[in-house]
Unconditional design. Structure first.
Length: 117
């Protein structure tokens, strides 16, 4: 979700990659709630941190625990969000968890993009 928002807000100003501890697949509820926000992230792909390399100017981790950080990077920001993929309950409750995280990430990314110019 963060990658999708930064691509939308930053345009060509930034090189944007997102990665996790291991590559899996995009969660369909993430794709769905981002579509609700007007962004299609369906073309993004899951990558591991090993796939995106090092020497980033800014690295933002968006997780609650086990946040991988490339060893050679500039500014490091840690944004704590629960993993909505771990939310239980009905589909509506799970969608609500994804929306809460989406909205929090959107606010932070908008602010970061403005800060970085």
């Amino acid at each position: 979700m963060a990658e999708g928002f930064l691509r939308a807000y930053g345009g060509d100003r930034f090189t944007v990659e997102s990665a996790g501890t291991k590559a899996t697949e995009l969660h369909p509820l993430a794709v769905r709630v981002m579509r609700e926000a007007g962004l299609d992230i369906g073309m993004q792909r899951s990558k591991s941190v090993d796939d995106v390399g090092e020497d980033w100017d800014v690295v933002v981790t968006v997780c609650d625990a086990n946040c991988p950080i490339p060893p050679r990077s500039g500014m490091k920001l840690r944004w704590h969000f629960p993993d909505p993929a771990l939310a239980g309950g009905t589909e509506d409750e799970r969608l609500a968890a994804f929306r809460v995280v989406r909205d929090g990430i959107q606010k932070r990314v908008r602010s970061l993009a403005a800060r970085l110019g």
